[in-house]
Design a protein around this ligand. Structure first.
Ligand code: 6MZ
Length: 369
C-alpha cells in the first residue's frame, strides 16, 4: 500500500462518519459514570469501591456486559441524568466528525420518580436541545429547524462556521419486555415521529425473551412506516435468526452466530449489517478479530456499516473502529472512504438528509485521498 494511502488515527478522526448503532446508556463517559456512582455511594445507595472496579474493568463477557447495563441504569435513571448523558454523548460523537448519528435508547418507566416512557424520551430530547458545542438537526429535514434547536445567540453568530450533526432516534425494545410493553414503545415512537424518532430496535440480553412475542408489535411498527433494526445472531439460535431474516428488517446488528443457510439468506435479502468489531471481540462473541465476519461480508460486497455499539462500555470510538478495520483487514484510504459513504444508503432519515450527507461526503472526498 502506498505510504499516502495509509490509514492512521488522525485520518480516521478527520473523516466524516455515520454512526448507526449506538446505545445511549452504553455510550456514557466513564468520568460521568464515576461521578454519578460517587453521589450514590455517598448516599449509601451503592458501594462506590465495588462499582468503580466494575466500571473501569476492561474485558467483560456478554453476561457481565448485561450486568453492567443494570448497574448503569441504576446510576442514570432520573430525568436530569438522562438529559445530561444525552447531551454529552451527542457532543462526544460530534467531536470526532460524526455527521449523522442514529442514537438508540430503551424508554424506561420508574413510578417512584414519576418517570414514564414518554417523559424518559422527553428528557432525551431535552438533552439534544441542550447540546451547545455543535448544531443539532433533529426534526425531519428542514434547515431552519436547526435554529430552534440550539441557543439562538450562538446560532446567529456562528451559524456557518459551526459543525453540524444530524441526529435521529431509535426506540429500543428490551428483550425482557412483554408484548404489551413493546407495543407501548412502538406507539410512543409513532407519536414522536415529528421529534426525530425514525425507527425501532430490538436489543437486550440475547438469551432472554422469545422472537414470537415481539413479532406483533414489530409487524405493526413496520406497517406504520417505522424502520426496524434487530440485534440478530449475537448467540447461537438458528431458528430465531431465520425468523428475523424472514421478517426483512431494514437493518440488523451484529450477525455473528449464523450458519451457512443463514448467511445465504442474509445475502439473498441484502439486509445491511451494523458491524461492531470491538464489542464483538470484547464480549467474546468473536474470539479473534482476524476471523470476524466483516471479511466475508466485505468481500461479498454485502452492505455493511462500521459502528461502535457502546463507546463507554467497550472504551472505543467510531474513529478507533475505522482504524481497527483498516489495520486488521488491510484497507486503504479509498476503500475506507467508500465504506464510510456507503452508509448513507442505510440511514433511516429521509431523502433530504441523505442528499445533504452525499454533499458532505463528496466535498470531504477531495481532501481525503
Ligand atoms: C444487545 C445491547 C447491547 O437502551 O438503556 N444493548 N443489547 N447486545 C448488545 N451488545 C453488547 N449493547 C447495549 O442502552 C443500554 C441497553 O442497550 C442494549 C441493552 O438492552 C442495554 O440495557 P439504553 O440506552
Amino acid at each position: 500500500m502506498a505510504e499516502d494511502q495509509k490509514v492512521d488515527m488522525d485520518w480516521c478522526f478527520s473523516q466524516p462518519k455515520i454512526e448507526l448503532h449506538a446505545h445511549l446508556n452504553g455510550s456514557i463517559r466513564n468520568s460521568t459514570l464515576l461521578e454519578l456512582a460517587k453521589v450514590l455511594g455517598e448516599n449509601n445507595v451503592i458501594d462506590f469501591a465495588d462499582v468503580e472496579d466494575v466500571i473501569l474493568k476492561d474485558d467483560r463477557s456478554l453476561v457481565e456486559t448485561f450486568k453492567l447495563f443494570d448497574l448503569i441504569h441504576i446510576l442514570t435513571t432520573d430525568h436530569a441524568t438522562v438529559t445530561r448523558i444525552t447531551k454529552e454523548v451527542v457532543e462526544d460523537f460530534a467531536s470526532e466528525n460524526i455527521v449523522y448519528l442514529e442514537l438508540r435508547t430503551t424508554p424506561k418507566k420508574n413510578e417512584a420518580i414519576g418517570m414514564t416512557k414518554r417523559s424518559y424520551m422527553e428528557a432525551v430530547i431535552k438533552g439534544l436541545r441542550a447540546v451547545d458545542s455543535v448544531d443539532v438537526s433533529l426534526v425531519p429535514f428542514d434547515e431552519d429547524s436547526i435554529t430552534s434547536l440550539v441557543s439562538p445567540s450562538i446560532n446567529c453568530l456562528e451559524k456557518d462556521k459551526r459543525r453540524k450533526i444530524y441526529v435521529r432516534l431509535l426506540l429500543s425494545i428490551d428483550r425482557r419486555e412483554t408484548t404489551e410493553a413493546a407495543m407501548e414503545t412502538v406507539l410512543l415512537a409513532l407519536a414522536m415521529k415529528k421529534m426525530g424518532v425514525v425507527g425501532i430496535d430490538l436489543s437486550g440480553n440475547p438469551i432472554v425473551g422469545e422472537w414470537s412475542s415481539f413479532l406483533p408489535p414489530l409487524t405493526f411498527a413496520k406497517e406504520q412506516g417505522l424502520c426496524i433494526t434487530l440485534h440478530c445472531g449475537e448467540v447461537y439460535n438458528p431458528k430465531e435468526v431465520h425468523d428475523m431474516l424472514d421478517f426483512q428488517p431494514q437493518r440488523i446488528g451484529h450477525a455473528i452466530c449464523l450458519g451457512d443457510e443463514e448467511w445465504k439468506k442474509l445475502k439473498s435479502y441484502s439486509i445491511p449489517v451494523e458491524i461492531c468489531l470491538t464489542s464483538n471481540v470484547r464480549t467474546g462473541c468473536v474470539p479473534f478479530i482476524n476471523d470476524h465476519h466483516f471479511v466475508d461480508l466485505y468481500k461479498a460486497n454485502h452492505p455493511i456499516v462500521l459502528c461502535t455499539d457502546d463507546t463507554g462500555v467497550f472504551s472505543t470510538s467510531l474513529s478507533r473502529e475505522y482504524l481497527l478495520a483498516a489495520s486488521t483487514f488491510g484497507l486503504d484510504r479509498a476503500e475506507m472512504v467508500k465504506l464510510a459513504a456507503d452508509a448513507i444508503e442505510f440511514v433511516f432519515a429521509d431523502d433530504g438528509v441523505k442528499n445533504a450527507l452525499r454533499q458532505i461526503f463528496t466535498s470531504a472526498k477531495f481532501g481525503a485521498l
